[in-house]
Design a protein around this ligand. Structure first.
Ligand code: FUB
Length: 456
């Protein structure tokens, strides 16, 4: 029964993906996992783990080398900023695998990224900008408690300014962070793993894991109540939560936030408040080729009962309505995407981030674009390695909706990858979903697309 339900939930998610009406998973150009959203100056910065496309091809499970960043101001269109940190940033660490769940926090204008190097403890990187570059300020481990159990760090600054770092699987630990955020104060403390705090685990007896607490702790505060969200066992994981009147506990188990669904044996919570709403970020296996080692980040809106308890939720097609329309008269990166199919995000030194259309009819959707009184021209930075018959159609509202213009893409070369093309478009006004449809006969790498803008 349990598995029939799980299968139906997975099929619903996949069906929603394939008909293109879904917002979940929010990134389709790469596999992403372990979402760590951070709100800063009206923008959501979403740091994620990155499951490599060929993870588990050798039967060795996770293949995770670096961490990515995506941003949004409307919760439906997400801009890909590529890889912002990697195992290579830690001279003392293992470099071949283990870039598990990170979290970033801002303090006094600096951004601190807490990074587990699985099997090699936890380090910290710092930057003057949420986009990086991130550097290791201490050149050594920040947390050196237990190499395998030191994973999933989650920082929190309490109302008195004291910062804490929680982490761990199967034990849950915390330590105080000094004001510099790159050193600790006092002994590492272990949160008692009691039934009262985390509920009793179902299934076979597991002495090391008697409660539902598994991993992926996430600290959050609403009114005067502290919440500890966590990935809960048995495997495959669900998401549970506990609450406390104090950041250090005692924690009281409150139940299930999201049951086991979505086809990945892990899940991982990240909760934020943004523009008057609350959101749960999590991951599943919903993209084509998805599995427990090739995961994808999704979002649901969180609803609270009057007493602060959380209304249990399922994995759905995601956020339906944008929080604010997109302005098409400002330069928009091609990698700002609400939904895409057949598109890969790429980075090079000269350009930064851009996208590549993999096959004929691959497309990008940008949600809720407000043309106001009207656009008449469209400009894009675009290129292709193929000669003839390569184009980008611009359509409204659906993939085969009204065609307002076609950019014919001339062949560019490896050194001169880009050309700036400006075309006339049919007069368009009001709010529409915008579709870019990529056309070409080549078997792969149809065209490259860097940015776009409409002109009045
Ligand atoms: O992504 C690797 C590990 O899987 C994370 O650290 C855990 O939380 C689980 O999601």
């Amino acid at each position: 029964m349990k598995y029939t339900y799980k299968l139906i939930a997975t099929l619903i998610t996949l069906l929603n993906c394939s008909i293109g009406s879904a917002q979940n998973p929010i990134v389709q150009t790469n596999y992403t996992a372990d979402p760590a959203p951070m709100v800063h100056n009206g923008t959501v910065y979403l740091y994620t783990s990155h499951d490599e496309d060929d993870a588990n091809a050798d039967g060795k499970g996770f293949k995770m080398l670096n961490w990515s960043l995506y941003t949004s101001t409307d919760m439906v269109n997400w801009t890909d900023h590529g890889i912002v940190a990697s195992l290579k940033d830690f001279s003392w660490g293992k470099q071949d695998n283990g870039a598990w769940a990170v979290q970033c926090i801002e303090r006094n204008g600096k951004f601190y990224l807490y990074c587990p190097l699985h099997g090699g403890n936890i380090g910290v990187l710092v930057s003057d900008s949420p986009y990086g570059p991130f550097k290791d300020p201490i050149n050594k481990k920040l947390i050196d408690h237990h190499p395998w159990n030191d994973i999933d760090p989650t920082p929190f600054i309490d109302k008195d300014g004291q910062a804490y770092l929680y982490w761990g699987n199967p034990g849950l630990y915390y330590v105080k962070l000094n004001k510099d955020m790159i050193s600790t104060s006092g002994e590492v403390q272990q949160i008692p793993n009691t039934f009262e705090s985390f509920g009793k685990r179902e299934g076979t007896k597991n002495e090391e894991r008697p409660t539902t607490y598994e991993e992926g702790p996430w600290l959050y505060k609403r009114n005067s109540l502290y919440y500890l969200f966590f990935a809960a066992g048995p495997i495959p994981e669900h998401i549970g939560y506990s609450t406390s009147k104090s950041i250090t506990g005692p924690w009281k188990y409150q139940g299930i936030v999201m049951p086991t669904q979505g086809g990945s044996f892990t899940n991982h919570p990240g909760v934020i408040d943004f523009k008057g709403k609350s959101y749960l970020f999590y991951h599943n296996a919903a993209l084509p080729g998805g599995s427990g080692f090739t995961r994808s980040v999704c979002i649901e809106e969180v609803r609270f009962n009057k007493d602060g308890s959380i209304v249990q939720m399922n994995m759905t097609a995601g956020i339906k309505k944008s929080l604010s329309p997109l302005n098409p008269y400002e330069k928009t990166e091609a990698e700002t995407i609400a939904w895409s199919e057949g598109v890969k995000s790429m980075t090079d030194n000269g350009t930064g981030n851009f996208v590549m259309a993999k096959y004929n009819d691959a497309f990008i959707k940008v949600k809720e674009v407000d043309f106001r009184k009207g656009a008449s021209k469209f400009s894009s930075r675009i290129g292709t390695a193929h000669k003839g018959n390569v184009s980008m159609e611009i359509r409204l509202d659906t993939k085969d909706g009204a065609l307002i213009g076609t950019v014919n893409v001339p062949m560019t070369t490896a050194n001169e990858k880009w050309t700036l093309q400006t075309i006339e478009v049919k007069k368009v006004s009001g709010v529409h979903d915008l579709y870019f449809i990529f056309k070409g006969n080549a078997k792969t790498d149809i065209l490259y697309f860097d940015y776009w803008k409409f002109l009045k």
